[in-house]
Design a protein. Structure first.
Length: 271
């Protein structure tokens, strides 16, 4: 079953949609869905007050949000199966704590996309804010599994406290990508201004764009070609095509195993 939610008009007060997961509402009829109560600011409203609701046939549980808004928060939080398609921008925490299924955002996403993600796939066709795949404030465990793909740019501190999974940013990122990382793989096709991999313990970061500087607490290991990066011991590894400067660190930690792979072509100043 596919549930189609069309936002009737733009909203100014944020709405939290974590209760509307495909697996939770798959067997409901239109009226039941319209009567679900969802938080909006300090109060609650019924889904039918904000959305037109339509049901179509589908082989798998699916939810489509049309006329989406940056004020729609926690879409797909805790999702385990099925698919969510968001037509437009979406608010904070899209795909947070996600365990399975697939979310596609045909627009931009606000902060904390894929926060604490454990599995599944999150694809953002536009730009994303800060803390992609990271931990929440005060937390120590970020993304541990699954895949996040950002086709545009992303903000600061992507992959903070990341322990597993993969993040692929096709554009540029901000400062402190992979900060405190304990595992996983981050691939950045664009540019990085600095502070890459600060205090990382494990995991790998690949940058195909330009990096302005490398922290002095990383050690240069030489040039490698077409490296195969293993996230876990039993993992067959991910082959990365290209020639890279390799760095190990961050040596502010004791016996770190973090790896940085920085494009030689885009970063001759690092050799």
């Amino acid at each position: 079953m596919e549930i189609i939610l069309t936002l009737k008009e733009d909203i100014t007060v944020p709405v939290e949609l974590d209760a509307l997961l495909p697996e939770k509402i798959d067997n409901m009829d239109v009226e039941e869905i319209k009567n679900i109560k969802i938080p909006q600011g300090r109060t609650t409203v019924k889904v039918g007050e904000l959305f037109d609701v339509e049901i179509r046939e589908s082989d798998t549980p699916k939810m489509t949000i049309k006329n989406s808004s940056i004020k729609l928060k926690r879409v797909g939080e805790g999702m385990t199966t099925g698919e969510i398609v968001i037509e437009g921008d979406v608010g904070m925490h899209v795909g947070a704590e996600m365990k399975g299924g697939r979310i596609v955002v045909n627009g931009n996403a606000d902060n904390w996309a894929g926060r604490g993600m454990k599995g599944g796939e999150l694809v953002i066709k536009g730009n994303a804010g800060n803390y992609v795949g990271s931990a929440y404030r005060g937390g120590y465990w970020g993304m541990s599994g699954g895949t996040i793909v950002i086709e545009g740019n992303a903000g600061h501190e992507i992959g903070e406290y990341m322990t597993g999974g993969k993040i692929h940013i096709k554009g540029n990122v901000g400062y402190f990508a992979g900060i405190h990382a304990k595992g996983g793989l981050i691939v950045i096709d664009g540019d990085v201004p600095g502070r890459l991999g600060a205090e990382m313990i494990k995991g790998a970061i690949v940058v195909n764009g330009k990096v302005s500087e490398i922290l002095p607490s990383f050690k240069y290991k030489g040039i490698v070609e077409n490296p195969v990066i293993k996230i876990k011991k039993k993992d067959e590894g991910t082959k990365i095509e290209g020639v890279y400067h390799m760095f190990a660190g961050d040596y502010v930690n004791n016996k770190p195993k973090g790896q940085l792979y920085i494009s030689v072509d885009r970063n001759p100043h690092l050799g």
